[in-house]
Design a protein around this ligand. Structure first.
Ligand SMILES: C[S@@+](CC[C@H](N)C(=O)[O-])C[C@H]1O[C@@H](n2cnc3c(N)ncnc32)[C@H](O)[C@@H]1O
Length: 325
C-alpha cells in the first residue's frame, strides 16, 4: 500500500477518473481504436488535439481502459471493447449515465450531515420523478440498467434452482431485458416486466413477455410463481421497502417465491462495487442503501416473508429467496 500522503493524493485526484473516462468516450476513442495505432493517427481520425489526447490516453492506460505498448502505440484491450457504444453488453451506457449533469450535481452535493434527498435538492425532484420528465436521460438510465440486467439474468440463471417455476414477474424490471434473457433460456416460461409507465413505453419485444406499467407502491400484477426485485430495494428507505414487499406478498400466492437481488453490505467495508453503490444511493435517493442479509430478513419479516436461502451470484450481488409466511 502507498504511503499515506500518496494515498491522500490518489484519492483526492480520483475525481479525474470519472471525467477522463467520459472525455475519452465522448471523443469516440473506444470506437476509433480498432487496432494498434499512433496517438497522432487516433487524434487525426477523431479530429481532436494530439497533445491533449495523448495525456488522456496515458491516463486511460494507467486505469486499464486501453493500452500503450513499448513502441508507444496505443491499442484496444478488453475494456475498450466493452466501452464501444455498439458492444452488445451495453456497458457504455453506464459512462453516459454518470456523465449526466443531474448525476454530477447530486454527487457533488454529497455531504456527511445525512438525511434528505440529495438528488431532489440538486435537481428539483426525486430521481424517478425527474427521470420521468427527462426522456433522453431516462432512456440512458434504462440502457445502463439493461446492461446490468443481462448480467444479472445470466448469473441468476446459473445460481437459482427454479424448481418448476414457469411464470415470473420482474418488479422494477425496467425495459424487460432481464426477463427477455431468462425467457430465451426457458422456452416454457412466460414473464412480465412491471415498471413505471414511462419506462414500459420503451420495453423490449418478446412473444412471451408482457410489459405492464404501474406503480409498485400501489399494486403489482398478481399470481406469478416467482417475483424478482433486482436492485430495486436499494433505491428506497426501510419503510418504502416494507411497502414494496407487502405489495409483493399481496400479489403473490402462498406458493410464490420472492427473490430479492442486491449488493450485500458486509460487516467490514471493502473496496468493492457494493461500497460504491451504497454511497451512490446516498447521493441519488432518499434513504436508499445497500443492506446486509440480516436487514433483508427483517424487512421481509415485517412484510410477511421468511428467508429460505441466500445465494451469492457471480455478478457480486446476493439473491435472497423468501417464501410467503
Ligand atoms: C435501479 S433500477 C433497477 C432496474 C432493474 N431491476 C435492473 O436491475 O436492471 C430500479 C427500477 O425501479 C423502477 N421503479 C421506480 N419506482 C417505481 C414504482 N413506483 N413502480 C414500479 N417501478 C418503479 C425504475 O423505473 C427502475 O427501472
Amino acid at each position: 500500500m502507498a504511503p499515506p500522503p500518496l494515498q491522500i493524493l490518489e484519492s483526492a485526484l480520483s475525481l479525474l477518473d470519472h471525467r477522463v473516462l467520459v472525455a475519452l468516450c465522448e471523443a469516440g476513442v473506444p470506437e476509433a481504436l480498432t487496432s494498434r495505432m499512433t496517438v497522432m493517427k487516433l487524434a487525426e481520425s477523431l479530429q481532436v488535439d494530439h497533445d491533449r489526447l495523448e495525456r488522456l490516453v496515458r491516463f486511460g492506460d494507467a486505469r486499464g481502459w486501453l493500452r500503450i505498448d513499448r513502441r508507444g502505440l496505443v491499442r484496444p484491450n478488453a475494456v475498450t471493447a466493452f466501452l464501444r457504444s455498439d458492444h452488445p453488453g451495453g456497458w457504455r451506457s453506464w459512462v453516459d449515465f454518470v456523465a449526466g449533469e443531474e448525476i454530477v450535481k447530486a454527487v457533488a452535493a454529497l455531504h456527511c450531515r445525512g438525511g434528505g434527498d440529495g438528488f431532489a435538492a440538486a435537481n428539483g425532484a426525486p430521481f424517478f420523478e425527474w427521470m420521468a420528465g427527462h426522456p433522453d436521460r431516462s432512456s440512458t438510465f434504462d440502457d445502463a440498467m439493461a446492461a446490468g440486467a443481462r448480467m444479472h439474468a445470466l448469473s441468476l440463471d446459473a445460481a437459482i434452482d427454479w424448481d418448476g417455476a414457469i411464470s415470473l414477474c420482474d418488479v422494477g424490471g425496467g425495459t424487460g431485458e432481464l426477463a427477455r434473457v431468462l425467457l430465451d433460456r426457458h422456452p416454457d416460461w412466460r414473464a412480465t416486466t412491471f415498471d413505471l409507465p414511462t419506462v414500459i413505453a420503451r420495453a423490449v419485444d418478446h412473444p412471451r413477455l408482457e410489459a405492464v406499467g404501474g406503480d409498485a407502491f400501489v399494486e403489482m400484477p398478481p399470481g406469478f410463481d416467482v417475483y424478482l426485485l433486482v436492485n430495486v430495494l436499494h433505491d428506497w428507505d426501510d419503510h418504502s421497502c416494507v411497502r414494496l414487499l407487502t405489495n409483493t406478498v399481496a400479489a403473490a400466492s402462498a406458493r410464490s417465491r420472492v427473490i430479492v437481488v442486491d449488493n450485500n453490505r458486509t460487516t467490514m467495508p471493502r473496496d468493492d462495487i457494493a461500497t460504491r453503490t451504497d454511497v451512490l444511493m446516498a447521493a441519488l435517493t432518499n434513504g436508499g442503501q445497500e443492506r446486509s442479509t440480516e436487514q433483508f430478513v427483517e424487512l421481509g419479516r415485517r412484510a410477511g416473508l421468511y428467508l429460505v436461502t441466500t445465494t451469492p451470484l457471480v455478478s457480486g450481488d446476493f439473491a435472497h429467496e423468501f417464501g410467503v409466511a
